[in-house]
Write a protein that binds this ligand. Structure first.
Ligand code: SAM
Length: 288
């Protein structure tokens, strides 16, 4: 059985009475060159534990099982579980977990499967849920060494965007605070079965030793970032008064003036360094 051959995939799914499910973002990768490149760029060794989100039919999983010491594969679709048990039966180092990765306790998973180690996340992510998954992984940076994932090209552009561009937002700031993003390769829709409607890229997010800026209250900085981009077209004072931290207009305007900014400035031009500086100026005024 060749998991990258379209006819074999079709026949295999027919045997199990299933078909690719759009609602779970099922676009199976059929390009062996791309599969091999993903695994090579993850730089796994026999000591490493890989976490794959959404093994699908198992084409990437079997390659990860050969490259890593252990693979944890989390799949939401109950229809795929019996099929995966078959396709992965030769790989004793794969733990298949049936569940929704967004509802899992990643700390407990790491304690159980990778005690004393950090996970290497490698996946062809479901596109309907890419951003929440990546933000969840960033929040668990202490348990994750690096993330090598296939994502929609537009999401990769948002991750790498610079201040002032239309792609720039909370995702750009979160990714660039914790990681150094690097594009591994571009992938066309015809590398998948069925073909997605969008272009894709493989991106590698390597966790930084220390975040890109120093900030006393990380949570406050991300609350400010979220409030700013939730109200993208509003001026900073208007947006930040809704950050849920009880700031008054005067407090925000004073902080902006201390930074040499106009009070009519919009946050979409603010760099990570400037959000950190603003956080410092507002920290003493936090009510919660
Ligand atoms: N890894 C396979 C490949 O490369 O061919 C499949 C990738 S497919 C783009 C995405 C996979 O993620 C599907 O198997 C889908 O069922 C699974 N998935 C979708 N949402 C999920 C979730 N919340 N938790 C775990 N798996 C999920």
């Amino acid at each position: 059985m060749n998991l990258t051959n379209r006819k074999d995939i079709h026949d295999l799914m027919t045997v199990y009475g299933i078909a690719p499910r759009k609602k779970y973002g099922q676009n199976f990768l059929t390009d062996t060159g791309v599969l091999d490149e993903i695994v090579a760029s993850a730089e796994l060794s026999g000591e490493d534990v890989a976490l794959e989100i959404g093994p699908g039919l198992g084409a990437l999983t079997e390659r990860l099982a050969r490259a890593a010491g252990k693979v944890i594969a989390v799949e939401i679709d109950d229809g795929l579980i019996p099929l995966l048990k078959g396709t992965l039966s030769d790989y004793g180092n794969v733990s298949l977990i049936h569940g929704d990765v967004m509802k899992m306790d990643l700390d407990a998973l790491c304690d159980e499967h990778a005690p004393g180690k950090k996970l290497h996340v490698v996946a062809n992510l479901p596109y309907y849920i890419t951003t929440p998954i990546v933000l969840m992984l960033l929040e668990h940076g202490d348990r994750i060494s690096d993330v090598t994932v296939m994502i929609q090209k537009e999401v990769a552009q948002r991750m790498q965007a610079e201040p002032g561009s239309k792609e720039y937002g909370a995702l750009s700031l979160a990714v660039q605070y914790y990681c150094d993003p690097e594009i591994v390769c571009r992938v066309s829709p015809d590398s998948f079965y069925p073909a997605p409607e969008v272009e894709s890229v493989v991106i590698r997010l390597r966790g930084r030793e220390t975040p890109r800026v120093t900030v006393d209250d990380e949570k406050l900085m991300f609350d400010l970032i979220r409030a700013t981009f939730n109200m993208r077209r509003k001026t900073m004072p208007n947006a930040l008064m809704s950050a849920g931290r009880g700031f008054t207009r005067e407090q925000v305007e004073k902080a902006l003036k201390d930074m040499g900014k106009e009070v009519t400035v919009r946050g979409e031009t603010f760099s990570l360094e400037e959000f950190a500086m603003l956080t410092g100026l507002l920290t003493s005024k936090t009510l919660h």
